[in-house]
Ligand binder design. Structure first.
Ligand code: ZN
Length: 139
């Protein structure tokens, strides 16, 4: 079962310089991919909108109902963990936002999306920094 968040909460912000690469029907495409995923991360299987914490080994644990409204929860040993609400977003597997074929898209949780995009983000950040230095914007 897929629950829907209000549109403004559910849509991941797109960098302004990348917006022209997204098609006009991006929201429809995105919705189809989320439906295909049946409310679960297509990499790790975690449920959308689930409130979780990750233990020291990275294992996903459900936050007890009585602690879901809090920022942190405590496990049976009294160890504090940060609560995380899973929000699926749609990733471009080849990192090309202009390639919106279904086989290039995946519904991912925050952790999987970040891990998938980390090398591209680092490369793009370096490129922006290099450009800013070259144009004197960092003075
Ligand atoms: Zn995941």
């Amino acid at each position: 079962m897929t629950k829907c968040l209000p549109e403004e909460e559910a849509v991941t912000p797109i960098r302004p310089e990348l917006k022209p690469l997204y098609p006009e029907n991006w929201l429809e495409i995105r919705e189809l991919i989320l439906e295909r995923a049946k409310g679960r991360c297509e990499f790790c299987g975690v449920d959308n909108h689930w409130i979780i914490y990750r233990d020291r080994r990275g294992k996903v644990c459900s936050v007890p109902r009585s602690q879901r409204h809090l920022k942190y929860c405590y496990d049976r040993d009294g160890v504090r963990h940060k609560n995380v609400k899973i929000v699926l977003t749609v990733a471009h597997l080849n990192h090309n936002p202009a390639d919106n074929r279904p086989e290039n898209l995946a519904a991912l949780c925050q952790r999987c999306h970040n891990r998938h995009d980390v090398s591209t983000r680092v490369r793009n950040r370096k490129a922006r920094l290099h450009k800013a230095r070259a144009t004197g914007e960092l003075l």
